[in-house]
Ligand binder design. Structure first.
Ligand SMILES: Nc1ncnc2c1ncn2[C@@H]1O[C@H](COP(=O)(O)OP(=O)(O)OP(=O)(O)O)[C@@H](O)[C@H]1O
Ligand code: SF4
Ligand SMILES: [Mg+2]
Length: 325
């Protein structure tokens, strides 16, 4: 039997108002997420990468409904999430881990209360069990019972991220959006936190949407990877496919800038320098949004937007040149 999708995102758009007229009516929009489609299977990790400002966090925040979508549909476990969906019920199943654990942990609360708060909110803290539940969550993320009485400032960056993970896990969600959870950590600590997330996924059957700005970070945790450029997916493939045979010029440029510890990939690697900066999402070029920075562009790229189409083996690419070959 085909495994059911835990998440389905259809034609998702999230536009912010960029300019208003004298009466406060919007006259220009910033298209942070512009017509994104994807689905996720239970237990998988989808990596989401792209340069700063391409809309990664906005996708995460719209899925968990911190933002209301401008258009499109999000289905969770087969049910549409909309204004009628009870927020508490959604948060029970879906949690988010943030880049800066310090900013997302209340400095005046003890770690025990930080982890216990979601249990209280959801009425899951049965008197005698609250403490033992907090202790087992601390142990699950590699901390111990003594840490429960301390405050966030007494911890290192890596430990604070572990506290953030314990808090997110406290109410046993099935889906977690990890928004750059390791980007602010020392390189030496990053692998530890990724390994912790992987272990927890195996133990608890979690599904992750794992956001990062570079491809090196998502390789070891993702089963599939999506590359975003200016609010759109430009490539989406199984991790081995994407790193082994990248197709889109933007993905190739991103990959060429990092070192991949795989001898075959490393030998075939050519450095491609990305020229220019990402354009503003309030001023997206006609045709392909990547064209001003693309060294492969042809005439049609200035006229028609390339669609995200299967280029073989389920490897989805949005590029006119790839689909012409
Ligand atoms: N609340 C908001 N109001 C207005 N514009 C916003 C808002 N949130 C994000 N944006 C804009 O939407 C675009 C996408 O932002 P987003 O934070 O999703 O990017 P990102 O890919 O997560 O970048 P980063 O790697 O820097 O975290 C940016 O141009 C950003 O300025
Ligand atoms: S569609 Fe054209 S401009 Fe866009 S990435 Fe492909 S070749 Fe480059
Ligand atoms: Mg972000």
């Amino acid at each position: 039997m085909e495994q059911q999708d835990i998440l389905e995102v259809r034609n998702l758009k999230k536009y912010f108002t960029a300019r208003t007229d004298f009466f406060g009516r919007p006259t220009a929009y910033l298209k942070a997420v512009d017509n994104v489609n994807f689905s996720m299977k239970k237990g998988e990790t989808l990596g989401l990468v792209g340069e700063s400002g391409c809309g990664k966090s906005t996708i995460g925040r719209t899925i968990i409904r911190l933002y209301k979508p401008t258009a499109g549909e999000i289905l969770f476990n087969g049910k549409v999430i909309d204004n009628q969906t009870e927020e508490k019920q959604l948060r029970r199943n879906m949690q988010m881990i943030f880049q800066d654990p310090y900013a997302s942990l209340n400095p005046r609360m003890t770690v025990g209360d930080i982890i216990g708060e979601p249990l209280d909110i959801h009425g899951l803290a049965i008197d005698g069990e609250r403490r033992s539940r907090i202790v087992s969550l601390l142990q699950m993320v590699g901390l111990n019972s003594e840490h429960a009485n301390r405050f966030p400032h007494e911890f290192s960056g890596g430990q604070r991220q572990r506290i953030g993970i314990a808090r997110a896990l406290s109410i046993e969600p099935s889906f977690i959006i990890c928004d750059e959870p390791i980007s602010a950590l020392d390189v030496s600590i990053q692998a530890q936190v990724v390994n912790l997330l992987k272990d927890l996924q195996e133990k608890l059957g979690l599904t992750y949407l794992f956001i990062a700005h570079d491809l090196a970070m998502v390789k070891h945790i993702s089963s599939r990877v999506a590359v975003m450029y200016l609010g759109k997916f430009v490539e989406l493939a199984e991790t081995g496919e994407l790193y082994g045979t990248p197709q889109h010029p933007y993905t190739k440029a991103l990959l060429s800038a990092i070192s991949i510890p795989d001898p075959v990939i490393e030998v075939n690697r050519k450095r491609i320098h990305l020229v220019g900066d990402v354009q503003s999402p309030s001023n997206v070029p006609v045709g392909c949004a990547f064209r001003p920075r693309c060294h492969c562009a042809i005439a049609i790229c200035a006229e028609q937007e390339p669609l995200l189409i299967d280029a073989g083996r389920g490897h989805m690419v949005a590029c006119h040149v790839i689909h012409k070959m």
